[in-house]
Design a protein around this ligand. Structure first.
Ligand SMILES: C[S@@+](CC[C@H](N)C(=O)[O-])C[C@H]1O[C@@H](n2cnc3c(N)ncnc32)[C@H](O)[C@@H]1O
Length: 241
């Protein structure tokens, strides 16, 4: 079912040359993120976060793969959010807002939740997905790079420390951003960090750092890469001192 650019070219019988069907042209010029948004608008109920999650999972497992955390790891994320019951949450990497919706739907009304996304096109779609789920009042979507925003979070958002951080942006930033959060005093004893994709595409320097640091108690949940059977883990890091 995956879209292939080659399939957009159709040789018509003995005609010399190529022609496009109307749908092929539409598929070519509408981005994946917009197709995800359309799937939400078509199949999810406004104000019902779980139906938004279902619509995205259905689209990405049956039609086109996308880099949302997905349902299998998403269920682990849900259980960590419920267990930690955080009053302050930071998500690094919003994309289309899939995990943002999962997290926000489980937070108590007083919680502060910031999600960072540096791609303005992704952020624009995420805003609409979050609004479709009826969660716009529970999430602060901030546009910009994590390394620029982390040092400003305390001052700009009046947050002292985070109870939970979900790391799901580009993997080469996991280590530097964790160190930056430490330096900025955003992590405290008892803070929990959940990190996706440490195996695929992988963040070996990050794994080495948290495994060798006496500050972190780490374990991982065995899982699979979103919408595939490839092995993947979700790393759970508790700060113990
Ligand atoms: C894997 S996707 C996030 C998926 C999302 N958490 C979900 O499960 O629905 C990673 C996202 O992080 C964003 N990103 C990568 N590096 C970033 C950075 N340094 N600061 C902010 N956003 C970043 C990318 O643009 C991309 O949208």
């Amino acid at each position: 079912m995956k879209y292939s650019p080659r399939a957009a070219f159709k040789l018509q019988g003995n005609q010399v040359g190529f022609s496009f069907s109307k749908r092929d042209l539409m598929v070519q010029f509408v981005s994946l993120r917009q197709r995800i948004l359309s799937a939400v608008q078509k199949n999810a109920t406004r104000g019902d976060p779980r139906s938004v999650i279902r619509a995205i999972d259905q689209f990405c497992s049956q039609k086109e793969w996308a880099m949302n955390v997905g349902n299998e790891k998403g269920c682990i994320l849900d259980s960590v959010v419920s267990e930690v019951n955080p009053a302050t949450v930071l998500e690094l990497g919003t994309y289309c807002g899939y995990s943002t919706v999962r997290i926000a739907s489980l937070l108590p009304p007083y919680a502060k939740f910031i999600t960072l996304e540096f791609n303005p096109d992704f952020a624009a779609v995420a805003r609409q997905v979050i609004a479709w789920a009826g969660l716009e009042d529970k999430v602060q979507l901030v546009e910009g790079a994590s390394s620029d925003w982390i040092p400003k979070i305390k001052e700009q958002f009046g947050i002292k420390t985070f109870d939970l951080v979900f790391l799901d942006h580009w993997k080469e930033h996991y280590l530097s951003d964790t160190k930056l959060m430490e330096e900025c005093g955003l992590l405290r004893k008892g803070s929990v960090l959940l990190a996706d994709n440490v195996i695929c595409p992988g963040a070996p320097d990050y794994v080495e750092y948290v495994r060798s640091s006496p500050r972190y108690k780490s374990h991982y949940f065995r899982s699979h890469l979103e919408y595939t059977k490839a092995e993947e883990n979700l790393w759970y890091l508790g700060i113990i001192e």
